[in-house]
Ligand binder design. Structure first.
Ligand SMILES: Nc1ncnc2c1ncn2[C@@H]1O[C@H](COP(=O)(O)OP(=O)(O)OP(=O)(O)O)[C@@H](O)[C@H]1O
Ligand SMILES: [Mg+2]
Length: 354
C-alpha cells in the first residue's frame, strides 16, 4: 500500500452497497480534508458538500451496476475552498461469486491542464480572428467601393436626366442589394466566431448553416481567392447539438488548412460535404496536398506545423480534437488516394445527445 502513497493520483476504495471508505491513499488525505484523520467507514456525504457527494455516489453506483471500468470527470473542493477537476477512472471489485463488494477510484487533478487548454483556445480564437481580419477587410472594401460607385452613378444620372430610366435604376439597386447581402454574410460569420460567453452552451444547430457560415469567412479571405469550393450538402440539413462558437473554430481551422494545402499543391479546389448517418453528422473536407503522405498522426500533435514561421501555430488540430471530444465526437483524417486527404469531424445528431 505504501507505493500508492507516492503516486501523484488520489486513490480510494469504498465498500458496496454502503459506499463507506475502506482505503484512501496519502494524496487523498492531502487534497480532501487533512483535518479528518481517519476516513475508514465514512461516507461521501460526511466528507464532501451534499451536491458533490451526490455526484460521486451516483458515479460509484453506476460502476457497481455496470460492473465495468468507467471514466468520469469529477469536480471536488480542496480544503482552501477552490474547486478542482479530476480525471477519474473507477472500477468494481468483485468477490468469488462475481458480486461487487467495493468500488475503487483513481483520480488525477487536471485543473491546471484545463486552464491551459482554455487559455490556448482563447488565443487560437484571437489569432484566427486577427489573421482573418486583414483578408476580410479587403473583401468588405470591394463591395463598399462598388456600392459607393453605384450610388454616385445614380446621383449623377438623377442630376443630368429629366426622366427616370426604370431599368437602369433597377439594375443599380440590384447591384447594391447583392453587395450588402454579401457583406452581411461575412459580418454574420465574424459575429458568430467572435461571440463572447456561453462557452459551455450546446444548442440545436443546423449543420449546413454552421458549415456555410464558416465557408463564407474562408471564401471572403483574400488569401484563398481562386479556390473552387465544391459543396455536397443534403437537401434537408440535420441538426447537431453544438457550441456554435467552438464548432465554428474547429470547422474554420479544417477549412483553412485544406485551402492552404490546396493552394500550395496548386490544385485549387476543396470539397466540403455534410453527411447524415443514423446517429451522427459528418462534416468532411477533402483536398489535394503535395507532401503529406504518411504524416497524419503528426498533424494532430500540438505545435506540429509545416507552415512558415509566423503563419501557423500548429495548435489548430490539437485544440480542435479537445473541442470535438467535448461534443462527444471525433476528428480524423484519411487518405482517399496518394495525394488526396479527407478530414472528418463527426458529432452526434441533436436527438442523440442527453
Ligand atoms: N487538409 C490538410 N491537408 C494537408 N495537410 C494538413 C491538412 N490539415 C492539416 N495539415 C497539416 O497539419 C499541420 C497542423 O495543422 P494545424 O491546424 O494543427 O496547425 P496549422 O494549420 O499549422 O497552424 P494554425 O492552425 O495555427 O494556423 C499543418 O501545418 C499541415 O502540415
Ligand atoms: Mg490550422
Amino acid at each position: 500500500m505504501q507505493t500508492l502513497d507516492v503516486v501523484p493520483a488520489v486513490i480510494y476504495s469504498k465498500s458496496f452497497p454502503g459506499l463507506k471508505y475502506l482505503f484512501v491513499n496519502k494524496k487523498f488525505h492531502e487534497v480532501v480534508d487533512s483535518n479528518i484523520e481517519n476516513f475508514m467507514g465514512l461516507t461521501d456525504d460526511i466528507v464532501f458538500l451534499p451536491e458533490v457527494a451526490k455526484t460521486l455516489s451516483k458515479n460509484d453506483r453506476e460502476i457497481a451496476k455496470k460492473k465495468e471500468v468507467q471514466h468520469f470527470e469529477e469536480r471536488v473542493p480542496h480544503p482552501d475552498g477552490t474547486f478542482h477537476d479530476y480525471d477519474t477512472y473507477k472500477f468494481p471489485m468483485l468477490d468469488e461469486n462475481g458480486d461487487v463488494y467495493a468500488v475503487t477510484g483513481i483520480s488525477l487533478d487536471i485543473t491546471e491542464r484545463k486552464k491551459t487548454e482554455s487559455v490556448l483556445r482563447t488565443s487560437m480564437k484571437l489569432a484566427s480572428l486577427g489573421e482573418m481580419a486583414g483578408g476580410i477587410a479587403h473583401e468588405i472594401n470591394n463591395p463598399l467601393a462598388i456600392i459607393d460607385g453605384t450610388v454616385k452613378k445614380m446621383t449623377r444620372t438623377l442630376e443630368q436626366e429629366n426622366s427616370i430610366d426604370k431599368v437602369f435604376f433597377q439594375k443599380m439597386t440590384k447591384k447594391i442589394s447583392e453587395m450588402t447581402s454579401r457583406m452581411s454574410k461575412i459580418i454574420n460569420g465574424l459575429l458568430v466566431l467572435g461571440r463572447e460567453g456561453a462557452l459551455d452552451q450546446h444548442v440545436d444547430t443546423d449543420s449546413a448553416w454552421l458549415f456555410e457560415t464558416v465557408l463564407e469567412l474562408v471564401c471572403a479571405n483574400v488569401t484563398y481567392k481562386g479556390i473552387e469550393i465544391k459543396k455536397q450538402f443534403p437537401s434537408k440539413s440535420p441538426l447537431v447539438k453544438a457550441n456554435v462558437v467552438q464548432m465554428s473554430q474547429v470547422l474554420l481551422n479544417v477549412l483553412e488548412n485544406a485551402c492552404y494545402e490546396a493552394k500550395k499543391a496548386e490544385s485549387n479546389w476543396v470539397e466540403v460535404r455534410v453527411i447524415e448517418t443514423s446517429t451522427t453528422v459528418l462534416f468532411e473536407v477533402v483536398n489535394v496536398c503535395s507532401d503529406c503522405q504518411g504524416r497524419i498522426v503528426e498533424f494532430f500533435r500540438p505545435f506540429f506545423t509545416t507552415k512558415p514561421l509566423g503563419e501557423g501555430t500548429g495548435l489548430g488540430l490539437s485544440i480542435s480534437k479537445g473541442i470535438v471530444e467535448n461534443h462527444s465526437g471525433t476528428i480524423s483524417a484519411k487518405f482517399l488516394d496518394e495525394k488526396t486527404i479527407c478530414f472528418t469531424v463527426e458529432i452526434p445528431k441533436s436527438s442523440e445527445m442527453s
